[in-house]
Design a protein around this ligand. Structure first.
Ligand SMILES: Nc1ncnc2c1ncn2[C@@H]1O[C@H](COP(=O)(O)OP(=O)(O)OP(=O)(O)O)[C@@H](O)[C@H]1O
Ligand SMILES: [Mg+2]
Length: 330
């Protein structure tokens, strides 16, 4: 499926499948209020796969929990398909969680019950939904086959590898034919080969079962499987990085020139000057507004000095238009 154009919006006509309007989520902890989501606006069309990337604490899980009906927003509107999630209560809410939405969590232990076989993990949501035994078993077998776990149907989770457990968890999530799959860092606990296998599987199941998938991840390689990638930082949606991956990748030529991706350039656009600094943890590019800025001097006092490499801490500053290149020693 081709990437979608435009930020935070579906590219199709008609009503979006997911509609999130000015969603705020605040948690009260003792006397404090923690605002995890600060007015999130975004839509998804049916069948779309969107990745939400953002640092720890950005609010990714909070957003997925709201969409899964596991928590309620403090303010805003939230609808999935024809359902206004804020109207759902009691049995209707339980039904939404059981039939309309599937969950895949990073922690394997949260996805599967260790004392049940893979097959009985997959049949469990169907039992809760009231399906007959024959149908449960036949559908569970079909799903286990679809995720490549047919030969392990009678094993218990501790007998399976992390990747196998996560593939079984996908079968569990899809047990009651949900239209929406919410995946919270589904590959976060896997090695890179298993992670890719899980993402390939999600991509193929999405076609086969007409799924809409919203996935939180830290990993841009996993996000590349999605049609769109949205960034979440401090509870607010930022850039749409959809086209970042399609862009020419960064490169360093023989004369030391680096071609930076647009997502990096956008951080430097407003700066009068840019500082390049060799630091113990790597090379830092920092935009600077104020010529007399003395943050660096302050930082030098705060940062640890003992791990500097052989060359020590060195810094260059240059104007964006290239004039007056200056080298400063530290
Ligand atoms: N149940 C809760 N009670 C209080 N604060 C919470 C709760 N859940 C999340 N938070 C706070 O809300 C903010 C967003 O947390 P959230 O778990 O949504 O972030 P995240 O992007 O999923 O992070 P991570 O990548 O570490 O999973 C954080 O400051 C977190 O401490
Ligand atoms: Mg999280």
């Amino acid at each position: 499926m081709p990437p979608q154009n435009g930020s935070n919006s579906p590219n199709g006509s008609g009503r979006p499948y997911i509609d999130c309007k000015n969603v705020v989520k605040a948690y009260t902890v003792g006397d404090h209020e923690i605002v995890a989501l600060r007015g999130i606006d975004f839509t998804m069309r049916r069948g779309e796969m969107v990745a939400i990337v953002g640092p720890s604490g950005a609010g990714k899980s909070s957003l997925l929990n709201l969409l899964g009906g596991l928590d309620t927003p403090t303010a805003g509107q939230l609808s999935v398909g024809d359902l206004n999630l804020l109207d759902l209560q009691g049995r209707a809410l339980a039904d939404y969680r059981l039939r309309q939405v599937g969950f895949l969590w990073q922690q394997v232990g949260r996805n599967l019950l260790a004392h049940r076989s893979a097959l009985r993990n997959v049949t469990l949501p169907m039992t809760l939904a009231g399906l007959g035994m024959r149908e449960r078993v036949s559908r569970a077998k079909e799903l286990l086959e679809a995720v490549g776990m047919k030969d392990h149907a009678h094993k218990h989770p501790p007998q399976l590898s992390g990747g196998q457990q996560q593939r079984t968890a996908i079968a569990v999530a899809l047990a009651n034919h949900p239209g929406l799959l919410l995946a919270d860092e589904p590959t976060g606990a896997l090695d890179s080969a298993s992670a890719r296998q899980v993402m390939e599987l999600l991509a193929s199941l999405r076609e086969r079962y007409a799924l809409t998938i919203l996935m939180a991840t830290h990993d841009m390689e996993m996000a590349a499987y999605a049609d769109r990638t949205l960034t979440l930082r401090d509870g607010a949606l930022g850039q749409d990085l959809t086209h970042a991956a399609a862009e020419t990748p960064p490169a360093l030529d023989e004369e030391g020139r680096i071609r930076l991706p647009a997502a990096v350039r956008s951080h430097l656009d407003e700066a009068a000057r840019i500082t390049v600094e060799i630091r113990p943890e790597g090379v830092l590019l920092r935009p600077e507004q104020d010529i007399e800025d003395d943050t660096d001097v302050l930082l030098q006092d705060i940062l640890p000095r003992k791990h500097t490499n052989g060359a020590g801490r060195r810094k260059w500053r240059f104007w964006r238009d290239g004039r007056a290149n200056a080298e400063m020693r530290r």
